[in-house]
Design a protein around this ligand. Structure first.
Ligand code: ADP
Ligand code: MG
Ligand code: ZN
Length: 480
């Protein structure tokens, strides 16, 4: 049964998202950040926290973080600084994390998401820079440590508590990933942990002040974010209805049971004994740098979506599908520019090409020229829509042109009434039962008769022409 919100309890969610930046080297040393390297081969005294080793800030980290901030409409601080967040954790040998506390690099942005009720703005409180910790690997040998991730640069993107449904959380995360991938500052691969999400959640009766929140850390898929929100909302509602109070705590979402479990009472900022990082100077961003970084931003998905709707008459839904990945949007723009049927280009792209694409970094194996040509052939009545789709699949990953494919298989559309009429006549002769049903008042049978006629034409008939002939044959004679 589909999950439902309970009457009288509003859901309030704010998300903290960690994205690993795609810089070549780590944030405070020159170790590489390559994912999947042999454990503990990408470390040095700085990222391992040896005594006396000093951090040097990687300028590219500020560049990338600021670019993310600009793409999300944030103000970029001309002056910000780093702070130490002190805690003991086995995967962080320094026993503190260098982060940004009271003066983050970016503040006050927003993200527009599409919801069933229309567009909604989700506020972005801040984006700050910090270092990642190492990785604990629990297996049958015990707990192993891989320090390669120590010092990989992260941005933490903190949303306002503006999210009200699990679907909005899902839409926010997808949109955030889209925008970050557009800028190229992060590959946002959730399965590699380069995008991770903490969910803060409370409930309240409508009109009341925010309730006490709990936090679920390190969710690593969109599905588990949605499931964790549903489970934790249900738990809080039951607790309140049983007269209990909600404790501010960190909880763990267990995918197998679909429940959340208390881990520890929530630590507050003062528990971390934040203080300014003495080994690093302030982060200064100049007007010149900022202007240059602004200039590097690509046209973002919202602007492209609006342009496709205005210029090509695409639906909001189709436009949104196409802008969800920058590479796809750029591909579409190339193909649309080469075609006189851009709407058909869009349609073939989001149906057949998307069906053939496999995985988020998959490459489109038909050239924009070929897709444009197929859209034009469809528009001009040379082939029908199904043939266009078959041709996309047929030339996928081959050198054959769609035209050669269509010719080789004799798939050109038949628009000649002299060829199609006998097929319609034959269909009517061979299907007396359906015809009787149709004349008996069952109008929907006409579609089945049409289908039978199309099959006789081996799918090559011009569907509009065929429909007209079927209409004429059924309604033009004895019925009148
Ligand atoms: P911390 O730094 O202790 O994690 P913040 O005040 O920075 O706390 O908030 C972290 C996240 O919690 C933000 O995304 C914010 O929107 C969200 N949040 C704050 N208060 C609530 C609340 N009452 N219910 C749900 N989410 C909340
Ligand atoms: Mg937090
Ligand atoms: Zn290092």
């Amino acid at each position: 049964m589909a999950w439902k919100m309970k009457q009288g309890y509003e859901l309030v969610v704010g998300l903290e998202v960690h994205a690993e930046l795609a810089t070549r080297t780590k944030i405070f040393c020159s170790c590489p950040t390559t994912f999947g390297a042999v454990p503990n081969t990408q470390c040095c005294p700085v990222c391992l926290g040896y005594p006396g080793a000093l951090p040097v800030l990687n300028a590219e980290v500020v560049h990338f973080a600021a670019k993310a901030g600009l793409a999300l409409g944030c103000r970029i601080a001309r002056f910000s600084k780093h702070d130490r967040k002190n805690y003991f954790y086995p995967d962080l040998p320094k026993a503190y994390q260098i982060s940004q506390f009271d003066q983050p690099l970016c503040e006050g942005g927003e993200l527009l998401i599409s919801t069933a009720a229309g567009e909604k703005r989700i506020g972005i409180t801040r984006i700050h820079i910090e270092e990642d910790a190492g990785k604990l690997i629990h297996d049958e040998r015990g707990t192993l440590l891989d320090m390669n991730r120590c010092g990989v640069p992260l941005i933490e993107i903190v949303s306002e508590p503006d999210i009200r449904t699990p679907e909005e959380a899902d839409a926010y995360l997808r949109k955030l990933r889209t925008v970050l991938r557009y800028t190229g500052v992060s590959d946002c691969r959730m399965q590699e942990g380069s995008l991770r999400c903490d969910v803060n959640l409370s409930i309240r009766k409508p009109g009341e002040a925010f309730g006490t929140r709990t936090e679920m850390k390190n969710l690593n898929s969109f599905v588990s974010v949605v499931k964790a929100i549903e489970a934790e909302y249900d738990r809080q509602v039951s607790a309140i209805e049983a007269g209990e109070t909600i404790l501010q705590e960190t909880r763990r979402f267990d995918q197998r049971s679909g429940q959340t479990y208390a881990m520890r009472r929530k630590e507050n900022a003062n528990d971390y004994r934040y203080f300014p990082e003495p080994d690093l100077g302030p982060v200064i961003v100049t007007e010149t740098q900022l202007a240059a970084w602004q200039g590097e931003l690509p046209v973002l998905p919202d602007a492209r979506k609006a342009a496709y709707m205005a210029q090509y008459g695409l639906s909001a839904y189709a436009a949104e599908q196409i802008v969800s990945e920058r590479a796809i949007a750029e591909y579409f723009e190339q193909a649309a520019a080469l075609s006189h049927a851009p709407k058909t280009v869009a349609n073939l792209l989001i149906t057949e090409v998307f069906r053939l694409l496999d995985g988020e970094d998959a490459v489109i194996c038909i050239s924009p020229e070929d897709l444009a040509r197929l859209a034009d052939m469809t528009e001009d009545g040379e082939i029908n829509n199904n043939t266009a789709k078959a041709a996309i699949a047929g030339v996928w990953q081959t050198d054959e042109t769609p035209e050669d494919y269509v010719n080789r298989l004799g798939l050109r559309q038949i628009s000649d009434a002299a060829v199609l009429s006998p097929l319609v006549r034959q269909t009517i002769e061979e299907n007396p039962k359906m015809v009787a049903q149709y004349y008996g008042g069952k109008a929907s049978v006409k579609r089945a008769i049409m289908g039978a006629a199309m099959r006789l034409a081996a799918g090559k008939a011009n569907p509009d022409m065929m429909m007209r002939l079927v209409d004429e044959a059924l309604d033009g004679q004895e019925n009148k």
